[in-house]
Write a protein that binds this ligand. Structure first.
Ligand SMILES: [Zn+2]
Ligand SMILES: [Zn+2]
Length: 325
């Protein structure tokens, strides 16, 4: 199972600003003063050894994660990160009208669907895109955002074959196609207007995509439900839009925090926690601080816990499972 993050922000695309860039440049200069200018053959090692906020931007696109499995491509959410993913896919079968894609939508807030009209593979006849969500009216919702008032090309006029499937919360769906057996299960999340998380099992690995949910004011039974859904995941992609204090103050806004992610992931026996759906109001430096705080919280309260915690960043690539290519 190969996982690539194409969009990691929540709410709005958030490109790096010139002021933020200059701040990073200043910090880089400080590092060079401290460590000395590397020779040409040491450049890569020097760059790899920089503090995390200086190794690259967190990224500005909204939610989109690609999972490749033995020739099958799964996409979780269609935020603005879907655009660069589409450009990359056009170099393969999608560019020849032979693409077969499965797109799972958590919900239809803008930051999760705004990339679809700019997704090049849907304009190529012959491509097939199967869209899954927990909602019964997903086709109508997506058509709405491509009405002429909002976008020049209606959804019905795109060249690819788009089909829509409801995947309600409950038993796992067995998906055929390609070499790997794949099971996908949906779970309703706690978010204004509703949202769904997905559990993908294949290739000896388990991935959970759980964007946009809060876990506040839940009783033990509710939390147990999520722990069961997340149980034993190799990777949990978790909405950590808020700081700990913000999550408490905005309990009904439908987003969680990194610290809460640590608690739930630990209880569910998750191996790796990807902090995701970053606030558009937070700089890269703040996001790295929040990630470090979550790791410090784990170390303080659960010193034996081996949960790996990291920031989901645009372009991050991970391999899960035994049979990865
Ligand atoms: Zn969102
Ligand atoms: Zn949302």
């Amino acid at each position: 199972m190969r996982v690539t993050f194409w969009g990691v922000r929540g709410s709005l695309p958030s490109p790096l600003t010139a002021v933020q860039m200059r701040r990073m440049q200043r910090k880089l200069l400080q590092e060079i003063r401290l460590r000395g200018l590397p020779g040409p053959e040491e450049e890569e090692r020097f760059l790899d050894g920089l503090p995390a906020p200086l190794r690259g931007p967190v990224g500005g696109n909204t939610s989109c994660v690609q999972v490749d499995l033995d020739g099958q491509t799964f996409i979780f959410d269609a935020g603005s990160g879907l655009h660069p993913l589409g450009q990359a896919l056009m170099d393969g079968p999608c560019g020849r009208g032979q693409g077969r894609l499965k797109l799972f939508l958590s919900h239809t807030h803008w930051d999760h669907v705004q990339g679809l009209p700019y997704f090049a593979p849907i304009y190529v006849p012959g491509n097939r895109v199967e869209v899954y969500s927990g909602f019964t009216d997903i086709a109508g919702r997506l058509a709405l955002q491509q009405r002429p008032e909002y976008f020049p090309v209606p959804l019905e006029a795109v060249g690819a074959d788009l089909t829509f499937h409801q995947l309600p919360a409950g038993p796992a769906l067995e998906l055929e196609g390609g070499g790997a057996a794949v099971r996908v299960r949906a779970q309703e999340l706690h978010h204004p207007g509703g949202a769904y998380g997905y559990r993908l099992e294949a290739d000896g690995a388990v991935l959970i995509y759980a964007a946009d949910s809060d876990y506040c004011e839940m009783n033990r039974a509710d939390l147990d439900l999520y722990c069961e859904f997340f149980q034993g995941a190799d990777l949990l992609i978790f909405d950590s839009q808020f700081s700990f204090n913000e999550a408490r103050a905005r309990a009904d806004w439908g987003h969680a925090s990194a610290v809460l992610g640590v608690n739930i992931a630990r209880q569910a026996g998750v191996r790796r926690l990807a902090l995701f759906h970053h606030s558009t109001d937070y700089s890269d430096a703040t996001l790295h601080d929040l990630c470090a705080e979550a790791a410090a919280y784990r170390n303080l309260y659960f010193p034996d816990c081996e949960l790996e915690i990291f920031l989901a960043t645009e372009g991050l690539f991970l391999e899960l499972g035994a049979n990865t290519l």
